[in-house]
Design a protein around this ligand. Structure first.
Ligand code: ZN
Length: 253
Protein backbone atom coordinates (compact mmCIF):
# COMPACT_ATOMS: atom_id res chain seq x y z
CA UNK A 1 0.00 0.00 0.00
CA UNK A 2 1.70 3.15 -1.23
CA UNK A 3 0.39 6.74 -1.32
CA UNK A 4 1.89 8.89 -4.09
CA UNK A 5 1.18 12.27 -2.51
CA UNK A 6 2.03 14.39 -5.57
CA UNK A 7 1.64 13.64 -9.29
CA UNK A 8 0.51 15.52 -12.41
CA UNK A 9 -1.60 13.13 -14.48
CA UNK A 10 -3.15 15.99 -16.42
CA UNK A 11 0.29 16.55 -18.00
CA UNK A 12 0.47 16.13 -21.78
CA UNK A 13 3.15 13.45 -21.40
CA UNK A 14 0.42 11.09 -20.13
CA UNK A 15 -1.79 11.69 -23.18
CA UNK A 16 -0.96 8.38 -24.94
CA UNK A 17 -1.66 6.00 -22.02
CA UNK A 18 -3.14 7.93 -19.08
CA UNK A 19 -6.08 5.59 -18.54
CA UNK A 20 -4.20 2.31 -18.92
CA UNK A 21 -1.54 3.62 -16.55
CA UNK A 22 -3.92 4.88 -13.85
CA UNK A 23 -6.04 1.71 -14.04
CA UNK A 24 -2.88 -0.40 -13.44
CA UNK A 25 -1.82 1.35 -10.22
CA UNK A 26 -3.64 -0.73 -7.59
CA UNK A 27 -2.16 -3.98 -8.93
CA UNK A 28 1.29 -2.33 -8.83
CA UNK A 29 0.92 -1.53 -5.13
CA UNK A 30 -0.16 2.10 -5.34
CA UNK A 31 -3.49 2.54 -3.60
CA UNK A 32 -3.77 6.34 -3.32
CA UNK A 33 -2.64 9.16 -5.63
CA UNK A 34 -3.00 12.91 -5.18
CA UNK A 35 -3.27 14.56 -8.59
CA UNK A 36 -2.07 18.14 -8.11
CA UNK A 37 -3.13 21.07 -10.28
CA UNK A 38 -0.88 23.74 -11.83
CA UNK A 39 -3.72 26.17 -12.66
CA UNK A 40 -7.51 26.22 -12.74
CA UNK A 41 -7.87 24.45 -16.11
CA UNK A 42 -5.48 21.80 -14.84
CA UNK A 43 -7.58 21.51 -11.66
CA UNK A 44 -10.67 20.70 -13.76
CA UNK A 45 -8.73 17.85 -15.40
CA UNK A 46 -7.42 16.56 -12.03
CA UNK A 47 -10.98 16.55 -10.65
CA UNK A 48 -12.20 14.61 -13.70
CA UNK A 49 -9.60 11.93 -12.95
CA UNK A 50 -10.62 11.91 -9.27
CA UNK A 51 -14.23 11.36 -10.38
CA UNK A 52 -13.19 8.45 -12.57
CA UNK A 53 -10.82 6.58 -10.20
CA UNK A 54 -11.79 5.88 -6.57
CA UNK A 55 -8.13 5.92 -5.47
CA UNK A 56 -7.30 9.28 -7.13
CA UNK A 57 -7.79 12.52 -5.19
CA UNK A 58 -7.22 16.07 -6.40
CA UNK A 59 -5.71 19.37 -5.28
CA UNK A 60 -6.84 22.62 -6.93
CA UNK A 61 -4.76 25.78 -7.04
CA UNK A 62 -2.36 27.96 -9.02
CA UNK A 63 1.37 27.10 -9.22
CA UNK A 64 3.77 30.05 -8.89
CA UNK A 65 5.03 29.45 -12.45
CA UNK A 66 1.40 29.85 -13.59
CA UNK A 67 0.75 32.98 -11.50
CA UNK A 68 0.07 35.02 -14.66
CA UNK A 69 -2.92 32.79 -15.49
CA UNK A 70 -4.72 33.70 -12.29
CA UNK A 71 -7.33 36.42 -12.24
CA UNK A 72 -8.80 37.17 -8.78
CA UNK A 73 -12.16 37.42 -10.58
CA UNK A 74 -11.84 33.62 -10.89
CA UNK A 75 -11.82 33.19 -7.11
CA UNK A 76 -15.32 31.72 -7.26
CA UNK A 77 -14.21 29.13 -9.79
CA UNK A 78 -11.40 28.01 -7.47
CA UNK A 79 -13.81 27.90 -4.51
CA UNK A 80 -16.18 25.69 -6.50
CA UNK A 81 -13.31 23.32 -7.35
CA UNK A 82 -12.26 23.19 -3.69
CA UNK A 83 -15.82 22.28 -2.72
CA UNK A 84 -15.66 19.07 -4.79
CA UNK A 85 -15.83 16.09 -2.38
CA UNK A 86 -12.56 14.61 -3.70
CA UNK A 87 -10.65 17.91 -3.72
CA UNK A 88 -8.65 17.41 -0.53
CA UNK A 89 -6.15 20.29 -0.75
CA UNK A 90 -5.39 23.72 -2.17
CA UNK A 91 -2.34 23.40 -4.38
CA UNK A 92 0.09 23.56 -5.60
CA UNK A 93 0.87 27.04 -4.43
CA UNK A 94 4.07 28.79 -3.41
CA UNK A 95 7.11 30.59 -4.74
CA UNK A 96 9.57 29.68 -7.48
CA UNK A 97 12.60 31.93 -7.89
CA UNK A 98 14.49 29.53 -10.17
CA UNK A 99 13.69 31.71 -13.20
CA UNK A 100 13.24 35.44 -13.78
CA UNK A 101 9.58 34.99 -14.64
CA UNK A 102 6.86 35.28 -13.45
CA UNK A 103 7.47 38.50 -11.61
CA UNK A 104 8.15 37.80 -7.91
CA UNK A 105 5.67 40.39 -6.66
CA UNK A 106 2.96 38.70 -8.71
CA UNK A 107 3.95 35.25 -7.36
CA UNK A 108 3.79 36.57 -3.80
CA UNK A 109 0.37 38.16 -4.39
CA UNK A 110 -1.11 34.95 -5.85
CA UNK A 111 0.44 32.86 -3.05
CA UNK A 112 -0.86 35.15 -0.35
CA UNK A 113 -4.37 35.22 -1.88
CA UNK A 114 -4.47 31.41 -1.87
CA UNK A 115 -3.10 31.16 1.67
CA UNK A 116 -5.93 33.40 2.88
CA UNK A 117 -8.45 31.27 1.02
CA UNK A 118 -7.03 28.05 2.51
CA UNK A 119 -7.22 29.50 6.00
CA UNK A 120 -10.78 30.68 5.41
CA UNK A 121 -11.90 27.29 4.08
CA UNK A 122 -9.73 25.32 6.53
CA UNK A 123 -8.19 23.39 3.62
CA UNK A 124 -4.71 21.83 3.75
CA UNK A 125 -2.23 23.31 1.27
CA UNK A 126 0.38 21.74 -1.03
CA UNK A 127 3.39 24.06 -1.12
CA UNK A 128 5.95 24.44 -3.91
CA UNK A 129 9.19 26.15 -2.82
CA UNK A 130 12.00 26.35 -5.33
CA UNK A 131 14.98 28.57 -4.56
CA UNK A 132 12.70 30.66 -2.34
CA UNK A 133 13.20 29.12 1.11
CA UNK A 134 13.35 32.35 3.14
CA UNK A 135 10.23 33.95 1.65
CA UNK A 136 8.29 30.66 1.66
CA UNK A 137 9.00 30.12 5.34
CA UNK A 138 7.99 33.64 6.31
CA UNK A 139 4.71 33.43 4.33
CA UNK A 140 3.88 30.08 5.92
CA UNK A 141 4.71 31.35 9.42
CA UNK A 142 2.16 34.13 9.12
CA UNK A 143 -0.46 32.09 7.28
CA UNK A 144 -2.01 29.96 10.00
CA UNK A 145 -2.24 27.22 7.33
CA UNK A 146 -1.38 23.54 7.53
CA UNK A 147 -0.49 21.00 4.87
CA UNK A 148 2.61 19.69 3.13
CA UNK A 149 5.74 21.19 1.59
CA UNK A 150 6.29 19.02 -1.47
CA UNK A 151 9.63 18.01 -2.97
CA UNK A 152 11.36 19.45 0.05
CA UNK A 153 14.76 20.88 -0.86
CA UNK A 154 15.60 23.03 2.16
CA UNK A 155 17.99 22.50 5.06
CA UNK A 156 17.45 20.29 8.13
CA UNK A 157 16.91 23.54 10.13
CA UNK A 158 14.14 24.64 7.78
CA UNK A 159 12.60 21.15 7.98
CA UNK A 160 12.47 21.44 11.77
CA UNK A 161 10.87 24.90 11.55
CA UNK A 162 8.17 23.64 9.18
CA UNK A 163 7.46 20.67 11.43
CA UNK A 164 7.08 23.05 14.38
CA UNK A 165 4.52 24.99 12.33
CA UNK A 166 2.56 21.75 11.87
CA UNK A 167 3.61 20.93 8.30
CA UNK A 168 4.31 17.57 6.71
CA UNK A 169 7.33 17.24 4.40
CA UNK A 170 7.21 15.24 1.21
CA UNK A 171 10.22 13.83 -0.65
CA UNK A 172 10.61 12.75 -4.27
CA UNK A 173 12.93 10.46 -6.21
CA UNK A 174 15.62 13.09 -5.63
CA UNK A 175 16.52 11.16 -2.44
CA UNK A 176 17.60 8.21 -4.64
CA UNK A 177 20.20 10.38 -6.43
CA UNK A 178 23.80 9.94 -5.37
CA UNK A 179 24.33 13.68 -4.73
CA UNK A 180 21.36 14.02 -2.36
CA UNK A 181 23.31 14.24 0.90
CA UNK A 182 21.65 17.46 2.12
CA UNK A 183 18.18 16.09 1.37
CA UNK A 184 19.02 12.91 3.28
CA UNK A 185 19.89 15.05 6.31
CA UNK A 186 16.55 16.83 5.94
CA UNK A 187 14.68 13.47 5.89
CA UNK A 188 16.34 12.57 9.18
CA UNK A 189 15.32 15.91 10.73
CA UNK A 190 11.62 15.12 10.20
CA UNK A 191 9.69 13.03 12.77
CA UNK A 192 8.44 9.81 11.16
CA UNK A 193 4.82 10.85 11.58
CA UNK A 194 5.38 13.90 9.29
CA UNK A 195 7.08 12.23 6.31
CA UNK A 196 5.46 11.70 2.92
CA UNK A 197 6.62 10.25 -0.39
CA UNK A 198 5.73 11.38 -3.89
CA UNK A 199 6.78 11.04 -7.50
CA UNK A 200 5.98 14.54 -8.88
CA UNK A 201 5.34 12.51 -12.05
CA UNK A 202 6.06 12.97 -14.91
CA UNK A 203 9.14 14.75 -13.44
CA UNK A 204 11.98 13.70 -11.08
CA UNK A 205 12.17 10.00 -11.98
CA UNK A 206 14.05 8.04 -9.31
CA UNK A 207 17.04 5.76 -9.77
CA UNK A 208 17.08 3.20 -11.45
CA UNK A 209 14.65 4.68 -14.00
CA UNK A 210 16.25 8.14 -14.35
CA UNK A 211 15.79 9.59 -17.83
CA UNK A 212 12.41 7.91 -18.34
CA UNK A 213 9.01 9.47 -17.73
CA UNK A 214 8.04 9.12 -14.07
CA UNK A 215 4.81 7.51 -12.87
CA UNK A 216 3.33 6.55 -9.50
CA UNK A 217 4.58 2.94 -9.61
CA UNK A 218 8.14 4.30 -9.16
CA UNK A 219 7.23 5.80 -5.77
CA UNK A 220 8.35 2.48 -4.31
CA UNK A 221 12.00 3.41 -5.01
CA UNK A 222 11.59 6.59 -2.95
CA UNK A 223 9.92 4.55 -0.21
CA UNK A 224 12.80 2.03 -0.26
CA UNK A 225 15.41 4.77 0.06
CA UNK A 226 13.53 6.53 2.84
CA UNK A 227 13.15 3.23 4.72
CA UNK A 228 16.91 2.66 4.40
CA UNK A 229 17.69 6.20 5.65
CA UNK A 230 15.35 5.86 8.64
CA UNK A 231 16.38 2.31 9.47
CA UNK A 232 12.93 0.75 9.13
CA UNK A 233 11.51 -1.88 6.77
CA UNK A 234 9.97 -1.01 3.41
CA UNK A 235 6.56 -2.18 4.66
CA UNK A 236 6.80 -0.02 7.76
CA UNK A 237 7.76 3.08 5.75
CA UNK A 238 4.98 2.43 3.22
CA UNK A 239 2.42 2.16 6.03
CA UNK A 240 3.76 5.25 7.83
CA UNK A 241 3.78 7.52 4.78
CA UNK A 242 0.36 6.21 3.73
CA UNK A 243 -1.15 6.99 7.14
CA UNK A 244 0.56 10.40 7.24
CA UNK A 245 -0.83 11.45 3.86
CA UNK A 246 -4.34 10.25 4.80
CA UNK A 247 -4.15 12.27 8.04
CA UNK A 248 -2.79 15.41 6.32
CA UNK A 249 -5.50 15.41 3.63
CA UNK A 250 -8.36 14.05 5.74
CA UNK A 251 -8.73 10.94 3.58
CA UNK A 252 -10.16 7.84 5.26
CA UNK A 253 -7.59 5.02 5.27
ZN1 ZN B 1 4.19 19.42 -8.67
Amino acid sequence: MLFDSHAHYDDARFEPDRDVLLASMPERGVSRILCVAANLDSADRCLELADRYPYVYAAAGVHPQDAETFDPAEGDRLRAQLAHPKCVALGEIGLDYSREQPDRDLQRAVFSYQLRLARLLDKPIVVHDRDAHGDTLSFLKDSGCRGVVHCFSGSPEMARELVALGFYLSFTGVITFSNARKTHEAVLAVPKDRLMIETDAPYLTPVPHRGKRNDSSYVRHTCEKMAELCGVSFEEMAALTYANACRCFGIPD
